[in-house]
Design a protein around this ligand. Structure first.
Ligand code: 5GP
Length: 217
């Protein structure tokens, strides 16, 4: 007979938001490396590919016309516009993966996360924080890709996003990447251990529903 608890039928959807420059990509990447069973949900975007980015790994890069057509067809569970480019998440990809029992990590902005919460209320919401606004500014400046005006715009946007942190289940401070990675891993492991998620499996393994606990009290 098979022993132990099996994984739940439905996958966990872990939604991760952070202001640009908080180090979300590095933290998520490390966690995904250590937990290859978590699949990363790849968004669709109309923004040009940056150096080092790969089609189908970082994003699916699509022409604007195609993106608009998909919006019209109700293809996206959520979509948004950032600095003149569209970003969106495919509803079907999420549903299919979760129904197959696949755990998914979704990297999304705070507005997108709100829409995901409406469509997938059982998802786990995680916010990654930079150590401070000053350090966030330094990090964005160091990137060097920002014109001063764009930098101020990003800083204002970051502040407004951070105000949303209390809508999230977890807040992870990224003061040092290895620490933030440990924190995010802990969230995932804790969520995997939720008794509710393991209910069917626990009932089966320990025969709780059949005996109603009478035999073993
Ligand atoms: P970037 O252009 O720097 O890759 O991303 C800009 C912003 O778009 C980030 O805050 C990122 O989290 C957000 N983003 C990426 N994919 C999606 C998506 O599918 N939907 C939404 N709403 N935001 C996204």
């Amino acid at each position: 007979m098979e022993a132990g608890l099996t994984t739940p039928d439905k996958g966990i959807l872990m939604v991760v938001s952070a202001p640009s420059g908080a180090g979300k990509t590095s933290v998520c990447r490390e966690v995904l490396k250590e937990f290859p069973e978590i699949r990363f949900s790849i968004s669709y975007t109309t923004r040009p590919r940056r150096p080092g980015e790969t089609e189908g790994i970082d994003y699916f890069f699509v022409p604007e016309e195609e993106f608009r057509r998909r919006i019209g067809a109700g293809w996206f569970v959520e979509w948004t516009e950032h600095f003149g480019y569209y970003y969106g998440t495919s509803r079907r990809t999420l549903e299919e993966a979760l129904n197959r029992g696949c755990d998914l990590m979704l990297d999304i902005d705070t507005e997108g996360a709100k829409k995901i919460r409406e469509a997938f209320p059982e998802a786990v919401f995680v916010f990654i924080l930079p150590p401070s606004m000053e350090i966030l500014r330094e990090r964005l400046e160091k990137r060097g890709s920002e014109q001063p005006e764009a930098l101020e715009k990003r800083m204002r946007k970051a502040y407004n996003e951070i105000r949303e942190v209390f809508r999230y289940d977890y807040a992870i401070l990224n003061d040092r990447i290895p620490l933030a990675v440990e924190r995010l891993k802990s969230v995932y492991i804790a969520e995997k251990c939720r008794s509710e998620r393991l209910k069917d499996s626990i009932n089966k393994v320990f025969g709780l529903e059949e005996s109603n606990g009478k035999n073993h009290r």
